[in-house]
Design a protein around this ligand. Structure first.
Ligand SMILES: [Mg+2]
Length: 377
């Protein structure tokens, strides 16, 4: 007897959304005052609708056009549950090496297909993944911004007051200022708070060695994206020259791009973003590959919305090498307004976050908020 094929895809709708940030996020790239995303809706003939999210910080209308003109025609009329097959079909929508907008677009559709699978089965995505069965996961606060010393101390104190026991700090140049900030925050935090750093590619190799040595001396638990992601030789040299664990991976689109720094054990922690790295299907492949090489998995969220965050929670609950998940705390309508589930930064207690138990991702979308946040053409 053939297996039941389940619901058939009838429509793929891309909702481009843009929000102003009430308080700018300040990294080595500068201050973000506005950010975008694309919410994906995949409809089926059974009435089940899946929700996904595409990482599209800028130009969301271009992503929405790509999804509706190049991905939707490949999916409508197809059985929704053949997710890996759809992934390969969508990948062929553009030629050339893997990467860029197409893979972020695929990510959003893929997450929505997993949501449909979970709703069809009446099970949370974490359960469908057949993983570790965690009911709560460890999270860290992101982030103390690259602002002046007094403001940085205030932000750190705010995370203590909210109960976080692990906190990420943004660093940039000049290097002497970064090294002073490392000592200042460690002294203020004491030894019982976990601290890590994200440089968002701020450094040359020479600079990263100096900062990395200061981080190791002050017991920081990782040094994230010290160098641009293409500089793989630089990462390998940095690994030899300082003792702080290196973390990266949010800039990768596929397992092929993640592989070189995993097989060489250059990275201790791999940080794929499910809304960029090809969705749940490819992110699980990446996390499993890291597991096979004794490398940890720590989901990246950044300025994405509640759908990306929730899909990441399900992956975190399932994967054996999960270490800790980013909990972005800057105020964001993408996290607080577009679904009924409060964001992790408000739900966490003592840096622990419960895993949603509803079918699929466990989210109900507030379509009024989606309409309100729609990108102006
Ligand atoms: Mg980062």
């Amino acid at each position: 007897m053939p297996p039941p094929e389940g619901p058939v895809i009838t429509d793929v709708i891309a909702h481009p959304l843009t929000q102003s940030l009430p308080k700018p996020t300040v990294t080595s790239w500068g201050a973000y005052t506005e950010v975008s995303m694309v919410l994906i809706e995949v409809r089926t003939d059974t009435g089940i609708t899946g929700i996904g999210e595409t990482l599209a910080r800028f130009s969301p209308l271009a992503y929405a056009d790509l999804i509706e003109t190049s991905l939707k025609p490949r999916l409508t009329g197809q059985p929704a549950h053949a997710i890996a097959a759809h992934w390969q079909t969508m990948r062929r929508a553009l030629s050339g090496r893997s990467g860029g907008m197409l893979f972020e677009a695929i990510a959003g559709v893929d997450i929505a297909l997993w949501d449909i699978l979970g709703k069809s089965a009446g099970l949370p995505v974490a359960t469908l993944l057949g993983g570790q069965g965690r009911r709560a996961i460890d999270v860290y606060a992101a982030a103390v911004n690259w602002v002046d010393d007094a403001a940085a101390i205030d932000e750190l104190q705010n995370y203590f007051d909210r109960g976080f026991t692990r906190i990420k700090v943004k660093l940039s140049t000049p290097v002497p200022d970064a090294c002073r900030r490392i000592e200042l925050l460690r002294n203020h935090a004491g030894d019982n708070i976990g601290l890590c750093v994200d440089a968002n590619w701020a450094y040359s190799l020479d600079e990263a060695i100096v900062v990395g040595q200061a981080l190791a001396a002050n017991g920081f638990f990782w040094f994230e994206e010290p160098l641009k992601p293409e500089d793989e030789d630089g990462y390998r040299e940095l690994r030899r020259r300082c003792d702080v664990p290196l973390a990266a991976g949010e800039s990768n689109y596929t397992i092929d791009q993640a592989a070189p720094l995993v097989t060489s054990r250059t990275l201790s922690i791999l940080q794929p973003d499910v809304a960029r790295s090809g969705g749940i299907t490819e992110t699980r492949r990446i996390a499993d590959f890291a597991y096979a090489h004794n490398v940890g998995y720590a989901p990246h969220i950044g300025m994405s919305g509640i759908v990306c965050e929730t899909a990441s929670v399900h992956l975190a609950a399932a994967m054996p090498n999960f270490r800790v998940m980013e909990c972005e705390c800057d105020e964001s309508p993408f996290k607080t307004e577009i679904a009924d589930l409060a964001p992790g930064c408000l739900r966490q207690k003592n840096s622990r976050l419960d895993v949603p138990t509803g079918p699929g991702l466990g989210l109900d979308i507030n379509w009024d908020a989606v309409a309100r946040l729609r990108t102006k053409a």
